[in-house]
Design a protein around this ligand. Sequence first.
Ligand SMILES: Nc1ncnc2c1ncn2[C@@H]1O[C@H](COP(=O)(O)OP(=O)(O)OP(=O)(O)O)[C@@H](O)[C@H]1O
Ligand SMILES: Cc1ncc(COP(=O)(O)O)c(N)n1
Length: 293
Amino acid sequence: MPVAPAPDLLPIAADGQTPVRVLTIAGSDSGGGAGIQADMRSFALMGVHACVAVTAVTVQNSLGVSGYQEITPQIVSDQIRAVVGDIGIGAAKTGMLASSAIIEAVVTTCTESGIGGAGPIPLVVDPVCASMHGDPLLAEDALDDLRTRLFPLATVVTPNLDEVRLITGIDVVDAQSQRAAARALHALGARWALVKGGHLRSRDHSPDLLFDGAEYLEVDHERIDTPHDHGAGDTLAAGLTAALAHGYSVPDAFRFAKAWVTRSLTAAYPLGGGHGPVNPLWRLTGTLAEVDR
Ligand SMILES: Nc1ncnc2c1ncn2[C@@H]1O[C@H](COP(=O)(O)OP(=O)(O)OP(=O)(O)O)[C@@H](O)[C@H]1O
Ligand SMILES: Cc1ncc(COP(=O)(O)O)c(N)n1
């Protein structure tokens, strides 16, 4: 697959005034490291205006998630309609969706709004099932709706290896099983499947694999030695979403997003007594060229 070099930085505003807009449909993290808060930090630093449809409010810190309150499906749909109709968006992403009822509301509203599927607005689906601490963020009985209702709408799905196991039953341990997982995810209806390698804990690398049903594209990076990787998945998906909103192809958006999250991992910081967040604030003084990609 021929791939143009990923942009070092995304252009700030197409017309010099109003930036490209995106929509994140996700949960709030009170600790400020993942979910909507991770998305907003990255989007702001990528020069993208982010609209938000909140799905749930989690009670969370660096040690874990102790509870959450779902937003009603009607209010989730209303948030999406309100911003798509007035502000207009170039791409959207989903994160924590919590329940079958919220998945159904998101699928219905995205479909009628031209988001994902045959619509003109690309949709990145990060199928969040649990936090990095293992605390559930999706009802068990909603897994099938994620697979059968949301995946067919996805331009790209971005599961980590735990989510791959839940969704496909495949245990990814090496390059061969990572390819098998990508094929299984693509067969569920996503146009592109991105199997993230961050949980291949035994490896000294973190290879991510993208598949469009025909060809594989792997973008790898040496593992960064840090326990502070909270929000890494959201940050990768935010990078994809921003680049897609700018009109980049999925492979180019992937290369940009991988460089963005890698650079944000190198700048991650300790916070509280557990896992600190990845840190896109490097963008204020640094460049993507500072990571070897
Ligand atoms: N230690 C690391 N060094 C380099 N890259 C990493 C590391 N950990 C994760 N990544 C990269 O970060 C991105 C997110 O991957 P990961 O598989 O950890 O997803 P995730 O579990 O959804 O993230 P998180 O739970 O941390 O939010 C991927 O591009 C992955 O390769
Ligand atoms: C609201 C919300 N969304 C997503 C995650 C996943 O992020 P992580 O895997 O880093 O815990 C999270 N913990 N909280």
